[in-house]
Write a protein that binds this ligand. Structure first.
Ligand SMILES: *[C@@H]1O[C@H](CO)[C@@H](O)[C@H](O)[C@H]1NC(C)=O
Ligand SMILES: *[C@@H]1O[C@H](CO)[C@@H](O)[C@H](O)[C@H]1NC(C)=O
Ligand SMILES: *[C@@H]1O[C@H](CO)[C@@H](O)[C@H](O)[C@H]1NC(C)=O
Ligand SMILES: *[C@@H]1O[C@H](CO)[C@@H](O)[C@H](O)[C@H]1NC(C)=O
Ligand SMILES: *[C@@H]1O[C@H](CO)[C@@H](O)[C@H](O)[C@H]1NC(C)=O
Ligand SMILES: *[C@@H]1O[C@H](CO)[C@@H](O)[C@H](O)[C@H]1NC(C)=O
Ligand SMILES: *[C@@H]1O[C@H](CO)[C@@H](O)[C@H](O)[C@H]1NC(C)=O
Ligand SMILES: *[C@@H]1O[C@H](CO)[C@@H](O)[C@H](O)[C@H]1NC(C)=O
Ligand SMILES: *[C@@H]1O[C@H](CO)[C@@H](O)[C@H](O)[C@H]1NC(C)=O
Length: 888
């Protein structure tokens, strides 16, 4: 009441607040405009053929902090701190206008096509801390004025064409933590200024083949250095005695240089050392004491040098993390360090071609992770340890040309993954044990030992055995018939005491020299015919030639006959397909079965899937239809088949493909679908340049969800799709999605459906995890498949793709689960090709995708719920988009 009468102090204060906020907003607007204009000026000098920067414009109302590649300070007033335009095919000029962004700390233009000298003018960017122009076409020398980049912590010029000497003035960049100049054309010698980089964590001068330099001794001062990468450059001379200083060193790679002399004594701990690689040099001398005191050491690689001497056996206890030990092809002598055989993490031991002596202890068992042992061509004198067969991961054991003696332990081939065993040229004796457990054994060589007894029959039961060398032993008895069943590429039993008839396929398929030296063996083509066979030893060479000619002719005749059969069978197949046909058309298709079958030429095939290929058929009327040829169906009665197909064909929904008809005979079945020229969503995602805008992706997701929800809830009878995957989503001309291959289980029969799905490995990542053990299909299986498609749309990754680091195939669900736990992981999952203005929506959709792909089916939402949530996200987006059109 009193407010009305007198202007109270409250009201006055209110007025001033208004005025102040007006002034403030003016200030914000002007500062905002100027930063966006700076960015637009910067963009002006850049060529952007793929239009990745098309969102950089002040017309759409998207705040520049949300433009592609831009990050701002977190606090008001928002100001550009980070410009990250890597891998966008950009070229043109890197303009210094970007330096007007007063808070810019990081500029990343890596993986583009900028073709110019080092952009020295960027040194005007006063607060720049990180400059990354790796992997461009930058050329020319590093100018002396590089010293002007005094504030840089990260300098990455790697993988360009930078040439010339490294200037001494680079030594004034004292803040540097990362100095990355690898893979360039730098030459001359490295100036002695590296000692100035006291903050340095990574020094990479690798792969600069024109460098011609000693390793600067002042590196010893870099006590924070974690990685020293000098491989593949022209470093020569001795390795300086720098380990004393490099206390933080984790990775040392000096391989592929021209280093000579010895390895400096490392009498101190390098507790963090993980990898030590000095291979492919010209080093020599004694192996230093103490490398293995490095607690963190994982890879020790000293192979192919000119190293001499022995490996010490003391003070090694700290080496328990060692995984790879490679000292092959050197001149090492003395006792092989026996501690290696009991390291708990060791996987690889390679020491072949040295002069090591010693034994393999029975305690080998403690090396439970061991995968590969190669110690050929040394002077070991030992029995084969009993523990060998107990190491479940061992797949290669190669110890030829040594002094191994005694009997083979009966378990020597018990590792379930064992593939290669080579024990040739030793002094082993006794019988060869039966081999029953190593079902993966590919190669077994026991040549040139003192084995006696018979060839074990169990060899014939090893399914992939391909190389078998038992030559030069004292084996007796006959060659087991069953060995014929193997696909042997090498079968050498020469120089034993074998006798009896040689199985025919072993004579005909392999060189005779593999059988020689066994006077008791007989068979056609050998010097001894078996009693009862016609003598063959006296056949004249003319007869041999005739024989050869005859067999060639025979083979030829056989081929012709076989080909004739093939042709007959083909035409028979076609005829039988034309046999008794039953067809039902749900649309007026003016086509006969005959036309259809004749039109289904391989050249019209368009892939298809495990249930059969799809052909695009041009009907006499000029219409195109897609015909799916179903394979592997059980013969249900014609009547029930017809009713099942009718059930599916009657579905009418904008997101379900139309079935126009079908025809079938006893052994063939064709489903005729409407033809959509745009192919499948899967094809689109599989293209390397998959680049649908987010709004379109969301629209597609909504369409699929609505289609599935309709099948699950609204259509009678309720149907399951049972094979939801992106290649079963076709797109029409407006990119409206249509489900295809619905309910094939009803058409092919449940058993045929299950066995076909089981054989389909490629799409297995769309199958819910419970699919393996419950046979009962539910709606939640479809939800899972849909979740996988959502993840494909969100991340831009294929459902199954090779992992970046490991190279192993990784399905998108696993990939996402791995990344999501890292902080900011969710943001890093989003397809980088989509502008950050859609982030909020994508995160919302990601949440649904995660629920759909939950491991337990109960946690997955129903498709109708999914469709609703997606629609809400979509409508909320169109409301909230004009968020930045006002003056903030
Ligand atoms: C961006 O907007 C400002 C005014 O808000 C205008 O002066 C400028 O020309 C615009 N820049 C471009 C590139 O359109
Ligand atoms: C960027 O966009 C998101 C979501 O659209 C919004 O929350 C955020 O405030 C925007 N950032 C700036 C600096 O405007
Ligand atoms: C860059 O352009 C090349 C060919 O011009 C193209 O193959 C490549 O996919 C493009 N890279 C990106 C990230 O778009
Ligand atoms: C420079 O950018 C590339 C590409 O993003 C990246 O791989 C590299 O690690 C960056 N360099 C540094 C020192 O961070
Ligand atoms: C290296 O650091 C020293 C002492 O800080 C300094 O005098 C010298 O100029 C620096 N070297 C270079 C090349 O900047
Ligand atoms: C090592 O030096 C020789 C001659 O001195 C040269 O031919 C060879 O290319 C050098 N190797 C490397 C890896 O630099
Ligand atoms: C050790 O070597 C293996 C095989 O070469 C490699 O995959 C792994 O990354 C290396 N580990 C380290 C820490 O260098
Ligand atoms: C290696 O040792 C042998 C004798 O064991 C010796 O003749 C040879 O000179 C040594 N080589 C080097 C490079 O030390
Ligand atoms: C094979 O055995 C016989 C006696 O059984 C023996 O005389 C002969 O030396 C043995 N040959 C080889 C190569 O061990």
């Amino acid at each position: 009441m009193e407010k009305l009468s007198v202007p109270s102090p409250m009201a006055i204060a209110w007025k001033y607040t208004l005025l102040l906020s007006f002034v403030l907003s003016l200030f914000i607007v002007t500062s905002a405009v100027s930063e966006s204009d700076i960015l637009l000026t910067f963009k002006n000098s850049i060529e952007d053929p793929m239009n990745f920067l098309s969102g950089w414009t002040n017309t759409t109302g998207i705040h520049y902090c949300n433009w592609t590649g831009i990050s701002c300070t977190r606090t008001f007033p928002f100001s550009v701190s980070d410009v990250n335009l890597q891998n966008l095919n950009l070229s043109g000029e890197i303009s210094d206008s970007v330096c007007k962004l007063s808070k810019l700390t990081s500029l990343n233009l890596a993986d583009n096509l900028f073709n110019q000298p080092i952009p020295l003018h960027l040194s005007q960017c006063g607060s720049l801390e990180s400059l990354n122009i790796s992997n461009n076409l930058i050329w020319g020398p590093i100018p002396g004025q590089i010293s002007q980049f005094g504030s840089l912590r990260v300098l990455d010029f790697s993988r360009n064409h930078i040439e010339g000497k490294i200037p001494e003035s680079i030594g004034s960049l004292k803040q540097l933590q990362f100095l990355i100049l690898g893979s360039n054309l730098l030459s001359g010698s490295v100036p002695i200024v590296l000692g100035n980089f006291t903050e340095l964590l990574v020094l990479d001068l690798s792969e600069n083949p024109f460098l011609e330099s000693e390793i600067p001794g002042d590196i010893v001062k870099l006590n924070k250095l974690q990685q020293l990468l000098l491989q593949g450059s022209g470093f020569y001379g001795e390795i300086p005695d720098f380990f004393l200083g490099l206390k933080s060193l984790m990775i040392l790679d000096l391989s592929q240089n021209n280093l000579t002399g010895g390895i400096p004594r490392i009498e101190l701990f390098l507790p963090n050392l993980v990898s030590f690689d000095v291979s492919r040099n010209k080093l020599s001398g004694l192996f230093p004491n103490g490398v293995c005191e490095a607690k963190g050491l994982i890879n020790l690689s000293l192979h192919t040098n000119f190293l001499n001497g022995s490996i010490p056996n003391e003070s090694i206890i700290e080496c328990t993390n060692l995984e790879r030990f490679q000292v092959q092809n050197n001149g090492f002598s003395g006792n092989f360090p026996s501690w290696l055989w009991s390291l708990p993490k060791v996987k690889l031991i390679r020491a072949e071609n040295n002069r090591f002596t010693g034994e393999i202890p029975d305690s080998l068992l403690e090396a439970a992770q061991l995968e590969q042992v190669q110690i050929d061509n040394n002077s070991f004198v030992s029995k084969i340890p009993q523990g060998l067969g107990k190491i479940r991961s061992l797949y290669r054991f190669s110890a030829s040309l040594n002094g191994f003696y005694g009997e083979l332990p009966s378990n020597f081939c018990d590792s379930p993954v064992m593939s290669i065993i080579n024990l040739s040229q030793n002094y082993l004796s006794g019988r060869i044990p039966e081999l029953t457990k190593c079902r993966k054994l590919v190669s077994l060589s026991l040549a040139d030992n003192n084995f006696v007894g018979e060839i074990p029959e169990s060899l014939a039961k090893l399914p992939v055995l391909t190389y078998l060398d038992l030559s030069q032993n004292n084996l007796t008895g006959s060659i087991p018939e069953e060995l014929q069943n193997l696909k042997l590429a090498l079968f050498n039993v020469s120089f034993n005491q074998l006798s009896g008839r040689v199985p025919f396929s072993l004579i005909s398929g392999l060189p005779a020299s593999f059988l020689q030296g066994n006077p008791g063996l007989c068979g056609p083509g050998l010097t001894n015919p078996c009693s009862g066979d016609k003598p063959t030893s006296k056949t004249s060479s003319l007869a041999k030639v005739t024989c050869a000619l005859v067999s060639v002719a025979l083979v030829f005749a056989l081929v012709i006959v076989a080909f004739g059969f093939y042709l007959m069978r083909r035409s028979y197949n076609r005829k039988s397909q034309l046999g008794s046909w039953r067809s039902v058309f749900f649309y007026p298709l003016r086509v006969t079965e005959h036309d259809l079958i004749m039109a289904m030429d391989e050249k019209n095939a368009r892939g298809g899937g495990v249930f059969g290929s799809v052909y695009i058929v041009n009907l006499p009327s000029g219409e195109l239809v897609a015909v799916k040829k179903i394979m592997n169906f059980c013969n249900q009665s014609s009547k029930s088949l017809k009713s099942e197909i009718k059930t599916i064909a009657k579905i009418r929904h904008k997101n379900v493909i139309k079935i126009l008809g079908f025809c079938h005979s006893d052994d063939s079945m064709f489903l005729i679908y409407e033809y959509l020229p745009n192919g499948s969503l899967g094809d689109l995602i599989n293209k390397p340049d998959f680049n649908l805008p987010w709004t379109v992706r969301l629209k597609i997701a909504i369409g699929i969800a609505q289609g599935l929800a309709y099948l699950h809830n609204d259509y009678l009878p309720h149907l399951l799709h049972r094979n939801v995957k992106s290649t079963n989503i076709l797109l029409d001309a407006d990119l409206q999605p249509k489900l295809t291959d619905i309910g094939l289980d009803r058409i092919v029969g449940e058993n045929a459906f299950q066995s076909t799905m089981a054989s389909e490995c490629a799409s297995s990542c769309y199958l819910a995890p419970e699919y393996g053990y419950t046979k009962k299909a539910t709606e939640k299986n479809d939800s899972y498949g849909f979740g996988v498609i959502l993840l494909e749309l969100i991340t831009g990754r294929k459902a199954e793709q090779k992992g970046e680091e490991s190279g192993e195939s990784l399905d998108v669900v696993k990939w996402v689960r791995r990344k999501i736990n890292i902080s900011d992981g969710a943001l890093k999952l989003l397809d980088p090709k989509i502008s950050s203005s859609s982030q909020q929506q994508m995160l919302g959709v990601l949440e649904i995708a995660l629920r759909c792909t939950a491991v337990t089916p109960e946690k997955r939402p129903s498709m109708s719920e999914v469709a609703k949530v997606l629609e809400t996200i979509n409508s909320r987006a169109s409301l909230s988009n004009p968020q930045f059109s006002g003056p903030l």
